[in-house]
Design a protein around this ligand. Structure first.
Ligand code: 5GP
Ligand code: ZN
Length: 110
């Protein structure tokens, strides 16, 4: 298995988990870009959002909203991002949603 996030799901690589159910895992990003920076991933491997059923993406956003509340960042707001492909800045080819919060964020991104 050469997918980094599949290896995290399998427990071969440690992660700082904040949420897990039978189909999804969420853990803190190793290189946080905000005070709260969490990655939400499906346990089923999809290369990107282009391959995933909409229901999966919908459940990921619901989990992100729940974690945002748990982290106390839902009041002032947060950002969820799915980088996709080369131009989208996707570096890990396993679908993941970034949850970023705890600071004000510029728009548009660079
Ligand atoms: P992408 O650039 O593909 O949208 O996001 C990949 C994210 O995975 C990056 O924010 C990067 O910091 C994070 N990341 C890469 N390797 C690891 C790791 O081994 N553990 C954790 N927790 N995050 C990682
Ligand atoms: Zn994978």
């Amino acid at each position: 298995m050469n997918c980094l996030f599949c290896r995290i799901i399998a427990g071969e690589i440690p992660s700082n988990k904040v949420y897990e159910d039978e189909s999804f895992l969420a853990f803190r990003d190793i290189d946080p870009q905000a005070p709260t920076h969490i990655l939400i991933i499906p346990k089923t491997h999809y290369d990107s959002v282009l391959e995933a059923p909409g229901e999966v993406v919908g459940r990921m956003s619901g989990i992100a909203a729940k974690i945002a509340a748990d982290e106390g960042i839902d009041n002032k707001g947060f950002r969820i991002v799915i980088n996709t492909g080369e131009d989208g800045g996707q570096s890990v080819k396993h679908l993941h949603m970034h949850l970023l919060g705890g600071r004000s964020m510029e728009w548009p991104p660079g």
